[in-house]
Design a protein. Structure first.
Length: 558
């Protein structure tokens, strides 16, 4: 089976934060799992280097757009690698390959009559002497009366026409824009209403999408789809490939989602494969992103694929809810955020991956708190999993000179282990990562209980045969935990396999034999409780400094 996994493309205008990783981590869990299952997997993403946020950041910093995009693209790659993300292709939207693919898609839609020209009114800034891209316009949302950008309100999730904003202002200079007429290309989104409605109902019937994706998409469809502009007067981006319109750019909402296909083609060209291997009706595809990206993956991208008659429609929509920080909304402009480069400098990647999975906002908003993060590491990773591995291997090292005795595996535990592969595998396939990890850690706790009840330190003196069986069973558990946890905790799983001398194996039960331990060492180190107050102090300090810098100014760059 072919498995395609697409992770949302972060804007290359600032460092990654916890919210990004929380929404994107499921993609790597899926990729690792399906590779272990022996499936043909293509896992792609990349940096969005063409969007308005990059242009705004470049203006604020007084540098070129390319230097900003390049800086953060390289940082993103480094951070994703440090977190263990296994993208087959991590691309960028300012690449030649991406521009060519986007222009091909535009021309295909144009030739099929799905794109047409239309004169429209658009916000124009007299001070900046330019038509304003939608994200250059800010104001009050006409639907919920909260601050919003000119393309979408993050508070109520409505897509917005910047002309409808109340108290409009130019993001660059702060002035009030006027309205002028210009000509743009439009996509016949309304023509796909019926097909999209059928597509969504099928996904709902089969339980393939998360509830937030179903509810939000049904709301858009009920309100009725409207044709949307696919070109804009932008300083950077993909040129409209039509004579006389080359100065206009293809709008980001159609251009960025096309990155899934352009990255696939780049990977296929680099590896001598056919792009169609992963873009057909038989491929199972997963699209992994946050709540704010739902309509682009459930309405926009499917309608584009329908328009160019590409059968590779999204199968599963893995859309997280929001992650809050210390019970407050994440805010990059106010520096109320935990930045990934800083986090990786002080904490192990598996600690981050564990917490963001076991506390994932899969069905409702979840909170990241420093107290819970550190307590979770100490009690679950160190106290439960790490403790079981360490106490078992140290016992074998001390009592058997590091060569594991061979006894009989406890049949009840073996049966439960076999069941766990089935249960956890199904849960991962269904994008229920939190539940899968909970099931595995229930098994970890049961393993510790088994060790305590068997009392191998007593058995070795009174009944060595029983002790051999206890140690064999515990090693069996550890080897299989390393397998079961590999999609979630790849670094510690790798350490366990190294200590046991095991190769990377498929997603199935391991029955280890004749193991000689190699370099036994703790999987995790304790994080001192004092770090909680230190991290809270750091967070509040960076927020306070940002407030002082913002005094008298208004930035809305979430």
């Amino acid at each position: 089976m072919s498995i395609f996994i697409g992770g949302a493309w972060p804007y290359a205008n600032g460092s990654l934060h916890l919210g990004h990783i929380s929404s994107l981590l499921p993609g790597d869990i899926l990729a690792r799992f399906f590779r272990m299952k022996g499936e043909d997997v293509l896992y792609v993403s990349g940096s969005d280097c063409n969007g308005t946020p990059i242009t705004i950041k470049a203006r604020q910093d007084g540098v070129s757009v390319h230097s900003i995009a390049d800086k953060y693209h390289q940082e993103f790659k480094k951070n994703f690698e440090a977190l263990g993300f296994t993208y087959d292709c991590y691309a960028r939207t300012d690449s030649k390959e991406h521009h060519e693919v986007v222009q091909e898609i535009f021309i295909q839609l144009l030739e099929k009559g799905e794109i047409y020209k239309r004169s429209v009114e658009q916000c124009y800034c007299q001070t900046c002497e330019q038509f304003l891209p939608d994200r250059y316009v800010e104001g009050i949302c006409p639907h919920c009366s909260h601050e919003a950008r000119g393309d979408q309100c993050d508070y109520c999730s409505n897509m917005i026409d910047p002309l409808d904003l109340v108290e409009k202002r130019c993001k660059v200079c702060g002035g009030s824009p006027t309205v002028k007429e210009t000509e743009h290309f439009y996509f016949k989104l309304s023509a796909f209403q019926e097909d999209l409605d059928h597509y969504v109902q099928e996904a709902k019937k089969k339980g393939l999408w998360r509830n937030n994706a179903i509810h939000l998409t049904e709301r858009y469809l009920k309100e009725g789809l409207h044709d949307r502009a696919v070109s804009r007067d932008l300083p950077i981006g993909v040129n409209v490939p039509v004579e006389g319109y080359e100065d206009k750019k293809i709008y980001v909402w159609i251009e960025a989602v096309s990155g899934y296909y352009s990255a696939s083609r780049k990977w296929a060209n680099d590896h001598g494969r056919d792009t169609a291997d992963f873009w057909n009706e038989k491929t199972k595809s997963y699209y992994v992103h946050g709540k704010d990206n739902i309509p682009f993956h459930t309405i926009i991208w499917p309608s584009i694929l329908m328009g160019i008659e590409n059968p590779g429609l999204p199968s599963r929509i893995v859309s997280n809810e929001y992650l809050t920080l210390e019970n407050k909304k994440l805010s990059t402009s106010r520096n109320w955020a935990v930045w990934i480069p800083d986090l990786l400098a002080r904490y192990e990647p598996d600690s981050i991956r564990y917490f963001l999975t076991i506390n994932a906002p899969e069905n409702r908003d979840a909170d990241f708190s420093w107290r819970e993060f550190i307590n979770s590491h100490n009690s679950e990773l160190l106290g439960a999993y790490g403790n079981f591995v360490n106490r078992t291997l140290k016992f074998i090292e001390k009592s058997f000179n590091g060569t594991a005795p061979i006894g009989r595996i406890n049949q009840d535990i073996q049966k439960r282990t076999q069941e766990l592969y089935e249960e956890a595998g199904l849960l991962i396939t269904e994008a229920s990562f939190k539940k899968a990890l909970e099931e595995i850690f229930d098994f970890v706790r049961a393993a510790n209980k088994y060790f305590d009840e068997q009392k191998p330190w007593v058995q070795i003196k009174e009944n060595q045969s029983d002790c051999f069986s206890t140690m064999t069973t515990c090693l069996y558990i550890i080897a299989n935990l390393a397998q079961l946890l590999k999609p979630f905790l790849p670094f510690s799983s790798g350490k366990v396999k190294e200590m046991l001398g095991l190769e990377n194996l498929a997603w199935k039960e391991i029955v280890p034999r004749s193991i000689s331990l190699q370099g036994v060492k703790p999987l995790f180190e304790r994080i001192e409780k004092e770090r909680i107050d230190q991290e809270l102090e750091r967070l509040n300090k960076q927020y306070s400094v940002c407030r002082k810098k913002r005094a008298g100014k208004l930035y809305f760059n979430e």
